[in-house]
Design a protein around this ligand. Structure first.
Ligand code: FES
Length: 152
């Protein structure tokens, strides 16, 4: 009670969160339906959000730009203490984890791009020889892929 009196933590309406975060009200409702953010209802049945929601929405937006699936973001946010704004150390931990995912996706996309280079001007889209058609290409060096079992 003491520190609240010194510095009251006014809660935010969904419209205020939308304005201050630059995220549409519909997106905020969607995040809430998916369990990424939470609110409580006033007596008049209006949603109210704690101020930590702004930082959470910022984390969600950045993670989405990195291509992190919403379910993964939700699980990560669940590890954060509900009662306070995710701090810089929390963000460092999350972003380090997502950096590894991003690196892995960059590697895969780079491989895919190089495969596409081999295909340009070919157009065969052959199951046997096209690196884009053959999803087991990366296992090729380890032995015959399942595609070889398919008489095609
Ligand atoms: S289109 Fe011919 S190798 Fe991919």
């Amino acid at each position: 009670m003491g520190h609240d009196a010194r510095r009251p933590r006014r809660e935010l309406s969904v419209g205020e969160v939308a304005r201050r975060s630059g995220v549409a009200v519909s997106a905020l409702h969607f995040y809430e339906a998916k369990g990424l953010i939470t609110s409580h209802r006033t007596g008049g049945n209006q949603r109210r959000y704690g101020r930590d929601v702004l930082r959470r929405v910022a984390v969600i937006k950045v993670a989405q730009r990195l291509g992190v699936p919403l379910a993964t973001i939700r699980d990560a946010l669940k590890t954060l203490p509900e009662a306070r704004t995710p701090n810089a150390a929390d963000w460092r931990k999350l972003s380090e984890h997502w950096r590894a995912d991003l690196d892995a996706r960059i590697r895969k996309l780079t491989q895919l791009r190089d495969s596409l280079d081999e295909c340009i001007g070919c157009g065969c889209l052959s199951v046997e020889t096209c690196p884009l058609r053959n999803p087991y290409d990366e296992l090729g060096e380890a032995g015959p892929g399942p595609h070889l079992l398919d008489p095609g």
